[in-house]
Design a protein around this ligand. Structure first.
Ligand SMILES: Cc1cc2nc3c(=O)[nH]c(=O)nc-3n(C[C@H](O)[C@H](O)[C@H](O)COP(=O)(O)OP(=O)(O)OC[C@H]3O[C@@H](n4cnc5c(N)ncnc54)[C@H](O)[C@@H]3O)c2cc1C
Length: 395
């Protein structure tokens, strides 16, 4: 077994590393992957800048066909890019690529030509309109209604927890087109232009203090027929594809965790408590070593997931494992970080006494949501217990 990346892959990793050295502010401590922290104005502005620079380098939609602006590169290149972006905590990692993958998979030729190039340039931002107040884990229970008219579908209903929707151009909305069909059928997917009349948004504040997602109300929103993704009532396979993509988000939690651990280790090396270096404290040594093990295990699970993806093999079990493990590691590490920082831990970035830029405090609060976002850890464990892993019958 050879776990090493090839020379070519390592050369690309170095190229991304150097790009980030040049593009991020010198004192950059990183933000967590995903659109949540883009609710801060300064992070959002940097995210747009990085996203456009990535577009200019041809690094968005790397694996896509050249006719849609991609590079037809190997999936490994995209994986390495994501690893480096997440490890450095660069803002701008965007769900647009995931949506682009879905348009490539399920979209019409016209949709690919119209919607992929703006993603590739780093110009288009997307969000996910899956969850509703009564349809979270049970996404197939969506009630937002889409009624077909001559040249459009008319959407009425509510979505919730749509991350980054307030800054996005489009949202992939899952709607019920046949209320009489069995629950798993009768769902269709729409690529909704968020400037359409009839859409209103109400931000929801998290305990971090940021308001990164919204409730979104659709009131007689007319969506042209060319923005239906896949077949009418054919949303089931698109949903299953999307679930799998969402669970792989656990990889980014692990790459983020390694950054936090490296920062904490450095802090322990540089900091004394009562004249004694934190790095010599046996309890702290024990805890950071334990986190290093858990992160390493996660990286190995991640390599397995990535390898399966590059081989085009099923990834449901591996992505479910990563989803559970990545969130748990992020939460435990944030806890360890708070113990190491002691009384400095709860201070936010405005305090003159703050350590590590208040990042550990932020992670302590935000990591709670990681075992919920993109499908809860309990639901992922269900996949592992059932058909995707241990073969137990449905509970
Ligand atoms: C930070 C964050 C960002 C998010 N971003 C988005 C987004 O961009 N777009 C979007 O559409 N949604 C988003 N969500 C919503 C997220 O997908 C849902 O919160 C999640 O799927 C859970 O749904 P729910 O909140 O309705 O909880 P519920 O489904 O009501 O679950 C409540 C509890 O019951 C457990 N449970 C439910 N069903 C089962 C089961 N079958 N077996 C065992 N336990 C079960 C759950 O694990 C959970 O503990 C986001 C959520 C968070 C926290």
């Amino acid at each position: 077994m050879d776990f090493r990346y090839t020379e070519e892959q390592e050369a690309f990793r170095k190229e991304v590393h150097d790009f980030l050295q040049e593009s991020l502010p010198p004192d950059w401590l990183g933000v967590d992957a995903g659109p949540e922290e883009e609710a801060r104005k300064e992070v959002y502005e940097l995210a747009l800048e990085i996203w456009r620079k990535l577009g200019a380098k041809g690094w968005i939609g790397l694996t896509w066909s050249k006719e849609y602006g991609g590079q037809e590169a190997s999936l490994w290149k995209e994986i390495i890019l994501m690893q480096e972006l997440a490890y450095r905590g660069a803002p701008g990692m965007d769900v647009a690529v995931v949506h682009g993958d879905m348009i490539l998979q399920f979209g019409t030729e016209e949709q690919k030509r119209r919607l992929l190039p703006p993603i590739v340039c780093g110009e288009a931002k997307w969000s996910i309109g899956m969850s509703e107040p009564s349809a979270g884990s049970d996404t197939f229970a969506v009630q937002l209604r889409a009624i077909e008219e001559k040249d459009c579908f008319v959407l009425n209903g509510q979505k919730i927890w749509s991350s980054g929707v307030q800054q996005a151009d489009r949202c992939m909305v899952y709607a019920r087109t046949d209320p009489d069909a069995p629950k798993h059928q009768g769902i269709s997917v729409f690529l909704v232009d968020l400037k359409s009349p009839g859409i209103t948004m109400r931000p929801i504040r998290q305990m971090t203090g940021l308001a990164p997602f919204c409730e979104v109300f659709y009131d007689n929103v007319r969506v042209p027929k060319e923005d239906l993704l896949g077949e009418k009532n054919g949303g089931r396979s698109i949903l299953l594809y999307a679930f799998n993509g969402e669970r792989t988000g656990g990889l980014a939690f692990l790459y983020n965790a390694r950054r936090y651990l490296d920062q904490l280790v450095q802090y322990c090396k540089e900091t004394c408590l009562d004249g004694r270096p934190l790095a010599k404290d046996p309890i702290i040594r024990n805890r950071v070593a334990q986190m290093a093990i858990e992160i390493e295990v996660g990286y190995n699970l991640g390599d397995e997931l990535n390898w399966l993806a590059t081989q085009g093999m099923p990834t449901v079990k591996a992505s479910s494992q990563i989803n559970v493990h990545g969130a748990a590691v992020a939460q435990r590490l944030a806890n360890v970080g708070m113990q190491i920082l002691g009384h400095y831990g709860p201070l936010n970035e405005d305090s003159k006494w703050v350590k590590l830029g208040g990042r550990i405090r932020y992670s302590y609060l935000s990591s709670v949501g990681l075992s919920i976002a993109g499908g809860t850890s309990e639901v992922s464990r269900n996949h592992i217990a059932g058909g995707a892993g241990l073969g137990l019958p449905r509970g």
